[in-house]
Design a protein around this ligand. Structure first.
Ligand SMILES: [Zn+2]
Length: 355
Protein backbone atom coordinates (compact mmCIF):
# COMPACT_ATOMS: atom_id res chain seq x y z
CA UNK A 1 0.00 0.00 0.00
CA UNK A 2 1.24 3.50 -0.83
CA UNK A 3 0.62 6.82 0.91
CA UNK A 4 0.68 10.17 -0.91
CA UNK A 5 0.96 13.61 0.68
CA UNK A 6 2.17 17.07 -0.32
CA UNK A 7 3.01 19.45 2.57
CA UNK A 8 1.65 22.45 0.60
CA UNK A 9 -1.79 21.10 1.56
CA UNK A 10 -1.06 22.51 5.04
CA UNK A 11 -0.78 26.15 3.88
CA UNK A 12 -4.50 26.94 3.57
CA UNK A 13 -6.04 28.18 6.82
CA UNK A 14 -9.58 29.55 6.49
CA UNK A 15 -10.55 32.05 9.18
CA UNK A 16 -14.27 31.86 9.93
CA UNK A 17 -17.57 30.52 8.63
CA UNK A 18 -21.21 30.97 9.65
CA UNK A 19 -23.07 28.53 11.92
CA UNK A 20 -26.66 29.44 12.74
CA UNK A 21 -25.84 33.07 11.98
CA UNK A 22 -22.71 33.21 14.16
CA UNK A 23 -19.14 33.51 12.93
CA UNK A 24 -17.14 30.48 14.13
CA UNK A 25 -13.57 29.30 13.58
CA UNK A 26 -13.29 26.84 10.67
CA UNK A 27 -12.75 23.31 12.10
CA UNK A 28 -11.17 22.19 8.82
CA UNK A 29 -7.63 23.27 9.75
CA UNK A 30 -4.05 22.23 8.88
CA UNK A 31 -3.63 20.47 12.24
CA UNK A 32 -5.91 17.70 10.92
CA UNK A 33 -3.49 16.76 8.17
CA UNK A 34 -0.44 17.32 10.40
CA UNK A 35 -1.82 14.76 12.87
CA UNK A 36 -2.57 12.26 10.11
CA UNK A 37 0.84 12.67 8.44
CA UNK A 38 2.65 12.26 11.78
CA UNK A 39 0.67 9.10 12.56
CA UNK A 40 1.41 7.60 9.12
CA UNK A 41 5.14 8.26 9.54
CA UNK A 42 5.03 6.71 13.02
CA UNK A 43 3.49 3.57 11.45
CA UNK A 44 6.49 3.41 9.13
CA UNK A 45 4.64 4.55 6.00
CA UNK A 46 6.83 6.36 3.46
CA UNK A 47 4.88 9.44 2.40
CA UNK A 48 5.27 9.78 -1.36
CA UNK A 49 5.27 13.38 -2.59
CA UNK A 50 3.05 13.65 -5.67
CA UNK A 51 4.29 14.96 -9.02
CA UNK A 52 2.72 18.14 -10.35
CA UNK A 53 0.15 16.60 -12.69
CA UNK A 54 -0.62 20.02 -14.21
CA UNK A 55 -3.99 21.65 -14.97
CA UNK A 56 -5.34 18.76 -17.09
CA UNK A 57 -6.84 16.58 -14.34
CA UNK A 58 -8.54 19.61 -12.70
CA UNK A 59 -9.90 20.83 -16.05
CA UNK A 60 -11.33 17.36 -16.80
CA UNK A 61 -13.77 17.81 -13.90
CA UNK A 62 -14.23 21.53 -13.17
CA UNK A 63 -15.41 24.37 -15.44
CA UNK A 64 -12.73 26.78 -16.79
CA UNK A 65 -14.39 29.90 -15.29
CA UNK A 66 -14.47 28.25 -11.84
CA UNK A 67 -10.79 27.27 -11.98
CA UNK A 68 -9.83 30.78 -13.11
CA UNK A 69 -11.87 32.21 -10.24
CA UNK A 70 -10.24 29.95 -7.59
CA UNK A 71 -6.77 30.80 -8.88
CA UNK A 72 -7.23 34.58 -9.10
CA UNK A 73 -9.96 35.46 -6.57
CA UNK A 74 -7.75 36.30 -3.61
CA UNK A 75 -5.46 38.64 -5.54
CA UNK A 76 -8.40 40.47 -7.11
CA UNK A 77 -10.31 40.65 -3.81
CA UNK A 78 -7.26 42.10 -2.02
CA UNK A 79 -7.33 45.14 -4.34
CA UNK A 80 -10.90 46.08 -3.31
CA UNK A 81 -11.11 48.94 -0.80
CA UNK A 82 -11.84 47.67 2.71
CA UNK A 83 -11.79 43.99 1.67
CA UNK A 84 -11.41 41.30 4.35
CA UNK A 85 -8.28 39.12 4.46
CA UNK A 86 -10.13 36.18 2.88
CA UNK A 87 -12.71 36.06 0.08
CA UNK A 88 -16.15 35.41 1.63
CA UNK A 89 -19.28 35.80 -0.54
CA UNK A 90 -22.22 37.93 0.45
CA UNK A 91 -24.42 36.93 -2.48
CA UNK A 92 -25.17 33.48 -3.95
CA UNK A 93 -26.14 32.30 -7.42
CA UNK A 94 -29.93 32.37 -7.46
CA UNK A 95 -30.51 29.95 -10.34
CA UNK A 96 -28.48 27.59 -12.50
CA UNK A 97 -28.32 29.67 -15.73
CA UNK A 98 -27.66 33.02 -14.00
CA UNK A 99 -25.54 35.58 -15.92
CA UNK A 100 -21.82 35.39 -15.20
CA UNK A 101 -20.59 38.44 -13.30
CA UNK A 102 -17.34 40.22 -14.23
CA UNK A 103 -16.19 41.34 -10.76
CA UNK A 104 -14.78 39.17 -8.01
CA UNK A 105 -17.59 39.94 -5.50
CA UNK A 106 -20.19 38.65 -7.94
CA UNK A 107 -18.04 35.70 -8.96
CA UNK A 108 -17.54 34.75 -5.29
CA UNK A 109 -21.32 34.41 -5.03
CA UNK A 110 -21.66 32.68 -8.41
CA UNK A 111 -19.09 30.05 -7.42
CA UNK A 112 -20.07 29.44 -3.75
CA UNK A 113 -23.25 27.85 -2.45
CA UNK A 114 -22.40 28.59 1.20
CA UNK A 115 -19.99 30.70 3.29
CA UNK A 116 -17.77 27.81 4.41
CA UNK A 117 -15.09 28.27 1.75
CA UNK A 118 -13.09 31.45 2.42
CA UNK A 119 -10.24 31.90 -0.06
CA UNK A 120 -6.88 33.06 1.30
CA UNK A 121 -3.58 33.76 -0.47
CA UNK A 122 -2.60 30.10 0.01
CA UNK A 123 -5.86 28.35 -0.88
CA UNK A 124 -5.11 27.70 -4.55
CA UNK A 125 -1.66 26.26 -3.77
CA UNK A 126 -3.11 23.94 -1.12
CA UNK A 127 -6.07 22.67 -3.11
CA UNK A 128 -3.84 21.96 -6.13
CA UNK A 129 -1.38 20.08 -3.88
CA UNK A 130 -4.23 17.99 -2.46
CA UNK A 131 -5.65 17.30 -5.93
CA UNK A 132 -2.18 16.24 -7.13
CA UNK A 133 -2.00 13.76 -4.21
CA UNK A 134 -5.35 12.25 -5.23
CA UNK A 135 -4.34 12.03 -8.90
CA UNK A 136 -0.98 10.50 -7.98
CA UNK A 137 -2.61 7.83 -5.81
CA UNK A 138 -5.11 7.12 -8.58
CA UNK A 139 -2.41 6.69 -11.26
CA UNK A 140 -0.34 4.37 -9.02
CA UNK A 141 -3.36 2.08 -8.71
CA UNK A 142 -4.59 2.46 -12.31
CA UNK A 143 -1.15 1.54 -13.64
CA UNK A 144 -1.04 -1.50 -11.36
CA UNK A 145 1.96 -0.23 -9.38
CA UNK A 146 0.17 -0.86 -6.10
CA UNK A 147 -3.05 -2.59 -5.06
CA UNK A 148 -4.13 0.26 -2.79
CA UNK A 149 -3.18 3.88 -2.17
CA UNK A 150 -4.19 6.54 0.32
CA UNK A 151 -4.15 10.26 -0.56
CA UNK A 152 -3.87 12.60 2.43
CA UNK A 153 -5.94 15.47 1.06
CA UNK A 154 -7.04 18.62 2.81
CA UNK A 155 -9.05 20.74 2.53
CA UNK A 156 -11.54 17.98 1.61
CA UNK A 157 -13.23 17.81 -1.80
CA UNK A 158 -16.52 15.91 -2.00
CA UNK A 159 -18.82 18.95 -1.60
CA UNK A 160 -17.22 20.84 -4.52
CA UNK A 161 -19.37 20.67 -7.65
CA UNK A 162 -18.26 21.27 -11.22
CA UNK A 163 -18.29 25.05 -10.64
CA UNK A 164 -19.13 25.77 -6.99
CA UNK A 165 -17.27 25.59 -3.67
CA UNK A 166 -19.09 24.57 -0.49
CA UNK A 167 -18.64 22.72 2.79
CA UNK A 168 -14.90 23.49 3.15
CA UNK A 169 -14.34 21.98 -0.36
CA UNK A 170 -12.87 23.79 -3.42
CA UNK A 171 -11.59 21.12 -5.83
CA UNK A 172 -13.28 17.72 -5.84
CA UNK A 173 -10.24 15.50 -5.30
CA UNK A 174 -12.01 12.12 -5.49
CA UNK A 175 -13.76 13.11 -8.72
CA UNK A 176 -10.51 14.39 -10.24
CA UNK A 177 -8.76 11.15 -9.21
CA UNK A 178 -11.51 8.90 -10.59
CA UNK A 179 -11.65 10.82 -13.87
CA UNK A 180 -7.83 10.63 -14.22
CA UNK A 181 -7.90 6.82 -13.96
CA UNK A 182 -10.31 6.29 -16.86
CA UNK A 183 -7.95 6.97 -19.83
CA UNK A 184 -5.20 4.90 -18.15
CA UNK A 185 -7.58 1.95 -17.87
CA UNK A 186 -8.77 2.37 -21.47
CA UNK A 187 -5.19 2.56 -22.79
CA UNK A 188 -4.43 -0.73 -21.01
CA UNK A 189 -7.39 -2.39 -22.71
CA UNK A 190 -9.39 -2.54 -19.47
CA UNK A 191 -12.98 -1.30 -19.15
CA UNK A 192 -12.88 2.41 -18.17
CA UNK A 193 -15.31 1.90 -15.32
CA UNK A 194 -14.86 2.92 -11.68
CA UNK A 195 -16.96 3.26 -8.55
CA UNK A 196 -16.83 5.92 -5.83
CA UNK A 197 -18.13 5.03 -2.38
CA UNK A 198 -18.49 8.01 -0.03
CA UNK A 199 -18.48 7.06 3.67
CA UNK A 200 -18.16 10.60 5.07
CA UNK A 201 -21.01 11.48 7.45
CA UNK A 202 -22.09 14.16 4.95
CA UNK A 203 -23.52 13.40 1.54
CA UNK A 204 -20.97 13.80 -1.28
CA UNK A 205 -23.18 16.22 -3.21
CA UNK A 206 -20.33 17.61 -5.32
CA UNK A 207 -19.28 14.17 -6.55
CA UNK A 208 -22.92 13.31 -7.23
CA UNK A 209 -23.33 16.52 -9.26
CA UNK A 210 -20.21 15.83 -11.35
CA UNK A 211 -21.13 12.24 -12.34
CA UNK A 212 -24.94 12.48 -12.26
CA UNK A 213 -25.38 11.83 -15.99
CA UNK A 214 -22.61 9.23 -16.33
CA UNK A 215 -22.84 5.43 -16.42
CA UNK A 216 -19.06 4.82 -16.32
CA UNK A 217 -18.68 6.15 -12.77
CA UNK A 218 -20.98 4.57 -10.17
CA UNK A 219 -21.45 6.88 -7.17
CA UNK A 220 -22.72 5.67 -3.80
CA UNK A 221 -22.96 7.64 -0.58
CA UNK A 222 -23.77 6.52 2.99
CA UNK A 223 -24.51 9.59 5.11
CA UNK A 224 -26.75 11.28 7.66
CA UNK A 225 -30.27 12.13 6.45
CA UNK A 226 -29.92 15.56 4.81
CA UNK A 227 -33.41 16.70 5.79
CA UNK A 228 -31.86 18.18 8.98
CA UNK A 229 -28.16 18.00 8.16
CA UNK A 230 -25.60 19.42 5.72
CA UNK A 231 -25.77 19.60 2.69
CA UNK A 232 -29.60 19.76 3.15
CA UNK A 233 -30.46 20.06 -0.56
CA UNK A 234 -29.00 16.77 -1.87
CA UNK A 235 -28.42 13.24 -0.63
CA UNK A 236 -31.95 11.85 -0.77
CA UNK A 237 -32.61 8.27 -1.88
CA UNK A 238 -34.81 9.53 -4.75
CA UNK A 239 -31.74 11.09 -6.48
CA UNK A 240 -30.78 8.17 -8.74
CA UNK A 241 -28.97 9.83 -11.67
CA UNK A 242 -30.19 11.25 -14.96
CA UNK A 243 -30.12 10.19 -18.63
CA UNK A 244 -27.39 7.60 -19.17
CA UNK A 245 -26.57 7.98 -15.49
CA UNK A 246 -29.98 6.83 -14.28
CA UNK A 247 -29.47 4.10 -11.70
CA UNK A 248 -25.75 4.90 -11.30
CA UNK A 249 -26.24 7.25 -8.35
CA UNK A 250 -27.14 5.52 -5.10
CA UNK A 251 -27.83 7.43 -1.88
CA UNK A 252 -28.24 5.65 1.45
CA UNK A 253 -29.28 8.34 3.95
CA UNK A 254 -29.42 7.03 7.53
CA UNK A 255 -31.25 8.60 10.48
CA UNK A 256 -29.32 11.06 12.65
CA UNK A 257 -27.82 9.20 15.59
CA UNK A 258 -27.39 5.90 13.71
CA UNK A 259 -25.10 3.51 15.57
CA UNK A 260 -22.00 1.79 14.26
CA UNK A 261 -23.75 -1.46 13.28
CA UNK A 262 -26.25 0.46 11.14
CA UNK A 263 -23.50 2.45 9.39
CA UNK A 264 -21.38 -0.66 8.71
CA UNK A 265 -24.42 -2.56 7.43
CA UNK A 266 -25.17 0.25 4.96
CA UNK A 267 -21.55 0.21 3.75
CA UNK A 268 -21.71 -3.60 3.33
CA UNK A 269 -24.96 -3.15 1.38
CA UNK A 270 -23.29 -0.54 -0.88
CA UNK A 271 -20.40 -2.90 -1.55
CA UNK A 272 -22.89 -5.45 -2.90
CA UNK A 273 -23.98 -2.84 -5.47
CA UNK A 274 -20.32 -2.05 -6.23
CA UNK A 275 -19.58 -5.74 -6.89
CA UNK A 276 -22.48 -6.05 -9.34
CA UNK A 277 -21.15 -3.01 -11.24
CA UNK A 278 -17.70 -4.69 -11.41
CA UNK A 279 -15.52 -1.56 -11.48
CA UNK A 280 -11.81 -1.73 -12.25
CA UNK A 281 -11.03 0.52 -9.26
CA UNK A 282 -12.91 1.45 -6.09
CA UNK A 283 -12.44 5.04 -4.92
CA UNK A 284 -13.40 5.79 -1.33
CA UNK A 285 -14.27 9.26 -0.04
CA UNK A 286 -12.92 8.52 3.42
CA UNK A 287 -14.50 10.93 5.89
CA UNK A 288 -13.82 10.12 9.54
CA UNK A 289 -16.61 12.39 10.79
CA UNK A 290 -18.88 9.36 11.35
CA UNK A 291 -16.92 9.15 14.64
CA UNK A 292 -19.08 9.13 17.77
CA UNK A 293 -17.32 12.17 19.30
CA UNK A 294 -16.79 14.22 16.13
CA UNK A 295 -17.82 17.85 16.73
CA UNK A 296 -20.16 17.63 13.70
CA UNK A 297 -21.20 14.12 14.73
CA UNK A 298 -24.34 12.44 13.60
CA UNK A 299 -23.26 8.78 13.78
CA UNK A 300 -21.81 6.50 16.46
CA UNK A 301 -18.76 4.87 14.84
CA UNK A 302 -16.11 4.06 17.49
CA UNK A 303 -12.35 3.99 17.05
CA UNK A 304 -12.30 0.13 16.87
CA UNK A 305 -15.28 0.36 14.50
CA UNK A 306 -13.11 2.10 11.90
CA UNK A 307 -11.00 -1.09 11.71
CA UNK A 308 -14.16 -3.04 10.88
CA UNK A 309 -15.00 -0.43 8.23
CA UNK A 310 -11.49 -0.79 6.74
CA UNK A 311 -11.78 -4.59 6.68
CA UNK A 312 -15.17 -4.35 4.94
CA UNK A 313 -13.78 -2.08 2.22
CA UNK A 314 -10.68 -4.24 1.66
CA UNK A 315 -12.99 -7.26 1.52
CA UNK A 316 -14.45 -5.93 -1.73
CA UNK A 317 -11.26 -7.32 -3.29
CA UNK A 318 -10.81 -4.38 -5.67
CA UNK A 319 -7.84 -2.13 -6.38
CA UNK A 320 -8.65 0.78 -4.09
CA UNK A 321 -7.84 4.48 -3.81
CA UNK A 322 -8.65 6.06 -0.44
CA UNK A 323 -9.10 9.84 -0.52
CA UNK A 324 -9.23 11.71 2.79
CA UNK A 325 -12.38 13.82 3.27
CA UNK A 326 -13.79 15.13 6.59
CA UNK A 327 -13.19 14.28 10.24
CA UNK A 328 -12.89 17.13 12.75
CA UNK A 329 -12.08 15.51 16.12
CA UNK A 330 -8.43 16.54 15.71
CA UNK A 331 -7.23 14.78 18.89
CA UNK A 332 -8.56 11.37 17.82
CA UNK A 333 -8.40 11.73 14.04
CA UNK A 334 -5.03 9.97 13.80
CA UNK A 335 -6.17 7.08 16.03
CA UNK A 336 -9.28 6.67 13.89
CA UNK A 337 -7.34 6.60 10.61
CA UNK A 338 -4.78 4.24 12.21
CA UNK A 339 -7.58 1.90 13.24
CA UNK A 340 -9.14 2.08 9.76
CA UNK A 341 -5.79 1.23 8.15
CA UNK A 342 -5.21 -1.68 10.58
CA UNK A 343 -8.45 -3.26 9.39
CA UNK A 344 -7.92 -2.29 5.75
CA UNK A 345 -4.34 -3.57 5.47
CA UNK A 346 -5.24 -6.76 7.32
CA UNK A 347 -8.13 -7.25 4.86
CA UNK A 348 -5.78 -6.69 1.89
CA UNK A 349 -3.43 -9.40 3.22
CA UNK A 350 -6.30 -11.85 3.68
CA UNK A 351 -7.50 -11.03 0.15
CA UNK A 352 -4.07 -11.69 -1.41
CA UNK A 353 -3.74 -15.00 0.51
CA UNK A 354 -7.15 -16.04 -0.79
CA UNK A 355 -6.25 -15.14 -4.40
ZN1 LIG B 1 -18.06 15.43 6.32
Amino acid sequence: MQFVFHPDALLHRAPVFLVRGEQRPVPEKPERAEALAAMLEARGAALVRPDDHGPGPRAAVHNPDYLRYLETAHERWSKLPGASAAVIPNVHRPWRDASYPVGVVGQAGYHSYDTACPITAETWTSVCAAANSAVHASLLVARGETRAAYALCRPPGHHATRDMAGGFCYLNHVAIAAQAALPVLAAAGRPPRVAILDVDVHHGNGTQDIFYERDDVLFLSVHADPSEFYPFMAGYARERGNGRGEGYNVNLPLPMGSDEATVLAAIADSLGTVRRFAPEILFVSLGLDTYEHDPLAAFGVTTPGFARMGALLAGAGLPTVLVQEGGYAVDTLAANLGSFLDGFEDGLKKGSRGA
